[in-house]
Ligand binder design. Structure first.
Ligand SMILES: NC(=O)c1ccc[n+]([C@@H]2O[C@H](COP(=O)([O-])OP(=O)(O)OC[C@H]3O[C@@H](n4cnc5c(N)ncnc54)[C@H](O)[C@@H]3O)[C@@H](O)[C@H]2O)c1
Ligand SMILES: [Zn+2]
Length: 359
């Protein structure tokens, strides 16, 4: 089992990463919790809830199950979870446990950040992508105008990442998670990136995967420890996300998973970096890997004006001007303001290179 320690201004916490480790949960828990609410979604409930509940038999445990997917990161579901906590008599000494992917983690974390002005929470991530979402304390729900627009920073007390759970992921979710690992590798260094290019999402080696998750988390940890509240270098973790979030919202979270949208966003960031900075980047190698692993790269006709409007309502936009994360080389990210005219030009060229129609 690996342990990665994260420093936070709220409190430090550990991530335990290993195989079949839910049984260790009680030994990491403080005994003062008056009750525990496990928040999970319908899919994860069927697979892993019983095991987690059993490990907590010494506590008063309640469970709240939400619908799978982005549709649960809404103000209505958020309110509903609060109502349930109140109805069950949960108090300031109650603990929230997020059992699931990034959706459950973001929702549970935001409820925990706000219930009675904040209670403790723990993340039990069950997707590859959640190696990213569970670390760093960003918690949020969506507004119809854009993703993660309502949120806070609230550090978890503990993360227990049981690799066993990743075996039941669909290919689509494996693909989604690996895109976020590719993001971290592009921010980190060539050797991590080249390791990932050897992966086939169709035949994942779980020992290798544990290693990749550890490297991804370590990359994120170094950055969030320097800049927890995203005033500077933490923005680099948004590589690929300005377009990624825009596309997710554009397609109303149905067509593309978060990671699939980020994969297109990463390619776009490399393209703009080459154009604007004359950077030498492994764009061809990334494109080839994405194609071989069946990432959806050719999209239905795109209305550029609408997409750009959505990109501007992203949190990373400052004064309505897009801040993009670019790379001068692998391992060297930077942020650049891109004006409207440039953005439109690059998007037009980029989508036409991918064979997508632009309106
Ligand atoms: N807070 C952050 O810093 C941060 C960072 C990155 C992403 N995110 C957020 O994370 C979310 C995406 O997370 P996600 O990709 O994990 O999505 P998700 O939570 O919707 O999970 C994807 C799907 O996989 C299913 N699933 C989960 N675990 C499973 C398992 N072990 N076996 C089988 N099926 C399983 C879920 O039910 C769901 O249908 C987005 O909302 C994104 O904004 C947040
Ligand atoms: Zn992401």
């Amino acid at each position: 089992m690996d342990e990665i320690k994260i420093k936070s201004t709220e409190h430090n916490y550990s991530i335990y990463l290993g195989y079949d480790i839910y049984k260790n949960l009680p030994q990491h828990l403080s005994t003062h919790y008056s009750s525990i609410l496990i928040l999970t979604d319908e899919n994860v409930k069927k697979l892993y809830l019983k095991e987690v509940e059993e490990s907590l038999h010494d506590y008063t445990v309640y469970t709240k199950v939400v619908k799978p997917g982005e549709e649960s990161k809404t103000i209505d579901v958020f309110y509903d979870v609060h109502s349930y906590l109140i109805e069950m008599g949960c108090d300031r000494n109650s603990l929230m446990i997020a059992l699931g992917g990034g959706v459950v983690g973001d929702l549970a974390g935001f409820v925990a950040a706000t219930y009675m002005r904040g209670i403790d929470y723990i993340q039990l991530p069950t997707t590859i992508l959640a190696h990213d979402s569970s670390v760093g304390g960003k918690v949020a729900i969506n507004h119809e105008y854009g993703k993660n627009l309502i949120g806070n920073f609230h550090a978890p007390r503990l993360i227990i990442y049981d690799i066993k759970t990743l075996k039941s992921l669909s290919i689509k979710e494996i693909r989604s998670g690996y895109a976020e690992l590719i993001k971290e590798a592009l921010i980190a260094n060539d050797s991590f990136f080249n390791n990932l290019l050897a992966v086939s999402v169709h035949s994942v080696n779980f020992n290798h995967l544990q290693n990749h998750l550890k490297k991804g988390i370590e990359t994120k940890a170094i950055i969030v420890e320097q800049d927890e509240k995203e005033h500077g270098v933490r923005m680099h973790l948004n590589l690929g996300h300005t377009l990624g979030h825009g596309l997710e919202t554009y397609f109303e979270y149905h067509t593309l998973t978060h990671g699939e949208a980020v994969a297109i966003g990463l390619l776009f960031s490399l393209y703009v970096s080459e154009q604007l900075l004359s950077a030498e980047l492994p764009t061809k190698a990334l494109f080839k890997w994405l194609k071989e692993n069946d990432y959806p790269l050719k999209l239905k006709a795109i209305n550029l004006k609408r997409l750009i409007k959505l990109m501007k309502s992203d949190k990373k936009a400052v004064n309505q001007s897009i801040q993009m994360v670019l790379l001068s080389r692998v391992g060297s990210p930077l942020t650049r303001k891109i004006d409207n005219h440039e953005l439109e030009k690059y998007l037009r060229e980029f989508f036409s290179n991918l064979g997508s129609d632009v309106l």
